[in-house]
Design a protein. Structure first.
Length: 283
């Protein structure tokens, strides 16, 4: 439905695609809790609540992540007063149940759309629910949730429209496979040459964006392996983009979709898509 409406020149609403269950309202109206701990986290939370009555939302696309998603959602809910949205991308395991039991808002896609479709679904939800800031993290437990305040701070302070969490600005425990590291270096060079932005982690799935990009990405977002393409779209939208150091670990559950063959396919496909998006007109 979404793509059919887009071709007709209409801007779809989230409500036109999904009918959220009643649990959404209960999650949004949960009573306020007391948060203590790291001063930076507390400062970001206070600043968020002062700027808007609507809180940021954390979007987590997930496919076959029953082993990690519950603990991840609980960790987020314990630390922050932000809504947590899990987009279940057609999983056949207990990903949806585990996320919902842990306290997340859950959208169950009727089929597997891929990472781009799942993330765009989250952007549609955030746009139509009036969220001003979206944080996107992976559902496999690789991202450190304690780094969310660092990713949020430049946007909340008005210094950036988009913030990318980079694994390579500081020394981390992350050790990727040879095909993955080669792909990261290739796309780093591609982004640097075409946008002038000195990106260190062009495939990072840990980022935050403000309202303007939420509205744009809810209509224009790459369907497959979208992170690299998102950079050229940020550049074309003249978005103020910065990187901040974040930590990334080995997967705590599930299985990576990146194999040696898919890494080569990924590089070719994303490069072609990147070139097309660099000259594409957006209405």
């Amino acid at each position: 439905m979404y793509f059919r409406m887009q071709k007709m020149g209409q801007t779809p609403s989230f409500q036109s695609i999904f009918s959220p269950p009643d649990t959404y309202g209960r999650c949004r109206k949960s009573p306020p809790r007391q948060f203590v701990g790291d001063p930076l986290i507390c400062t970001i939370i206070r600043r968020t609540m002062e700027i808007r009555s609507d809180r940021p939302i954390v979007i987590i696309p997930a496919f076959q992540e029953e082993g990690a998603i519950g603990e991840l959602v609980r960790s987020l809910r314990e630390r922050y007063p932000y809504d947590v949205l899990v987009v279940n991308d057609g999983s056949t395991d207990r990903t949806s149940e585990a996320a919902r039991e842990a306290g997340a808002i859950v959208l169950d896609l009727p089929c597997n759309l891929g990472i781009g479709g799942a993330v765009q679904t989250g952007f549609l939800y955030a746009r139509d629910r009036g969220y001003d800031v979206v944080v996107r993290i992976d559902g496999d437990g690789q991202h450190e949730v304690e780094d969310i305040p660092k990713v949020l701070e430049p946007i909340l302070a008005g210094r950036a429209d988009a913030v990318i969490g980079s694994r390579f600005l500081e020394e981390t425990e992350y050790r990727g496979s040879i095909p993955r590291i080669f792909g990261i270096r290739f796309f780093r060079l591609l982004v640097n040459l075409t946008t002038g932005f000195r990106v260190t982690d062009p495939t990072s799935g840990f980022f935050a964006i403000g309202r303007r990009l939420v509205e744009f990405y809810s209509v224009h977002y790459p369907s497959d392996y979208p992170e690299v393409d998102a950079y050229i779209l940020m550049h074309r939208q003249k978005a103020r983009t910065v990187e901040v150091p974040v930590r990334m670990y080995d997967r705590t559950g599930g299985k990576s979709s990146i194999t040696a063959f898919r890494a080569v396919y990924y590089m070719v496909k994303v490069t072609l898509s990147y070139i097309i998006n660099s000259i594409r007109r957006f209405g």
